[in-house]
Design a protein around this ligand. Structure first.
Ligand SMILES: Nc1ncnc2c1ncn2[C@@H]1O[C@H](COP(=O)(O)OP(=O)(O)O)[C@@H](O)[C@H]1O
Ligand SMILES: [Mg+2]
Length: 368
């Protein structure tokens, strides 16, 4: 079990400086729109993964007019006290685990694991391939340290190869040998990234389908990784070389891959109803929790941004029973009306207004 007991934020989104305590069980973040509910749990997610689930760049996370952002937490993991700290600034980011700065972010990501359920999850099915790649990369990064390293190396070499392609496009360079070296290095990391993604999606597909069928009692969901290069990476890159020089960019590789969702052989996004898309998104995130449970023996911190109160009580129950008191849970909502609070043993309500914590109510079940 992992918990965050105390959270301190400085210059994160709209927050100037706050400190708050959390319940080891269920925390309900209550407030009107645009008061800072999402930002609070986004901070927890970012602290665990070093990246936001929402914003592809860190820049938006730093409070306007501030030059850095700091997220600090004291918590527990497997009953041992731990501290985590993440500092974002224009110079980059710094992470500290138990007060010691991590040399590489890949050593830090995933020390505490978190799964976010958010309205943006619908984009996993309806949005562009980049959103599906982002999801896969974030989940894999908290499951596999080596993946973070390989992905970063891939990106670095992709950037270098693209720079050389641009120079060759503009006839500023004719260095074919340099391009060949860069292409060889790129294929090495491309292969590693694609292999890991394929393994992850295959495992996810199996579990997500089980959960989806269970929730919907109907269609069978197929999820498949769709790589732009499947094997012989070097050959594939080389075959595209003329075109890549003409365009000044690498047109194949993991940065162009996608992930597809199907009912039978029909792409889900062409036929599914809004309700089915919601259920698929839910099943995917629940599947991630199950994979973390199964392969990493840990239940992540669960962050539910606005989505929980929208679920019917059967789906609310199905998430809670899956977690079975083994996870710390954060639920943001504008109203308590649609939460089945009477089924909960104990919980805490945190009232948020304009980036400040107005008050905290603790509830213990009377029938305990
Ligand atoms: N970097 C930032 N600096 C200052 N304010 C921000 C920043 N990012 C977002 N905000 C503000 O925070 C508010 C949104 O907070 P949010 O957590 O999404 O609210 P809620 O989830 O309660 O609707 C908005 O008013 C937005 O303008
Ligand atoms: Mg919100």
């Amino acid at each position: 079990m992992q918990t965050i007991d105390v959270l301190k934020l400085e210059n994160f989104r709209l927050y100037k400086k706050i400190e708050t305590r959390f319940d080891p069980g269920i925390n309900i973040i209550l407030g009107d729109n645009a008061q800072g509910k999402t930002s609070l749990i986004e901070a927890i997610y970012t602290l665990c993964l070093t990246k936001s689930h929402k914003s592809p760049t860190d820049y938006n996370l730093i409070r306007q007019e501030a030059s850095f952002s700091r997220i600090y937490a004291r918590g527990h993991r497997d009953k041992k006290p731990i501290t985590l700290e993440l500092i974002l600034s224009k110079e980059g980011k710094k992470a500290r685990y138990n007060k010691i700065e991590s040399k590489r972010l890949s050593d830090y990501v995933g020390i505490m694991k978190a799964v976010m359920f958010a309205p943006e999850d619908l984009n996993l099915i309806k949005g562009s391939p980049s959103e599906r790649r982002r999801f896969i990369d974030l989940e894999l990064s908290q499951m596999d340290r080596h993946y973070v390293y390989h992905l970063n190396q891939y990106r670095k070499h992709l950037k270098e190869r693209n720079e050389q392609l641009k120079r060759m496009q503009k006839q500023k360079s004719h260095d074919q040998t340099l391009l060949s070296v860069l292409t060889e290095q790129l294929s090495h990391y491309a292969k590693k990234v694609v292999q890991k993604r394929q393994e992850f999606v295959a495992a996810l597909a199996e579990v997500a389908n089980k959960i989806y069928v269970d929730l919907s009692k109907e269609d069978i969901l197929k999820v498949s990784y769709e790589p732009s290069i499947e094997e012989n990476f070097l050959q594939a890159f080389n075959a595209r070389q003329t075109q890549d020089i003409a365009l000044g960019t690498t047109t194949l590789g993991p940065h162009r891959d996608d992930c597809g969702f199907y009912f039978e052989s029909m792409p889900v996004k062409n036929i599914a109803s809004q309700g089915q898309i919601r259920t698929i998104a839910l099943a995917l995130k629940m599947a991630v929790i199950e994979l973390l449970n199964k392969h990493h023996d840990i239940t992540p911190i669960i962050l539910l941004d606005d989505v929980f109160s929208e679920l019917d009580s059967k789906r609310q129950q199905s998430i809670l029973s899956m977690l079975d008191n083994k996870a710390q849970i954060f639920i943001t909502t504008t109203s308590l009306n649609h939460l089945n609070l009477e089924t909960l043993n104990s919980y805490q309500i945190i009232h948020i207004k304009s980036g400040t914590i107005e008050g905290v109510d603790t509830h213990e079940s009377s029938h305990l």
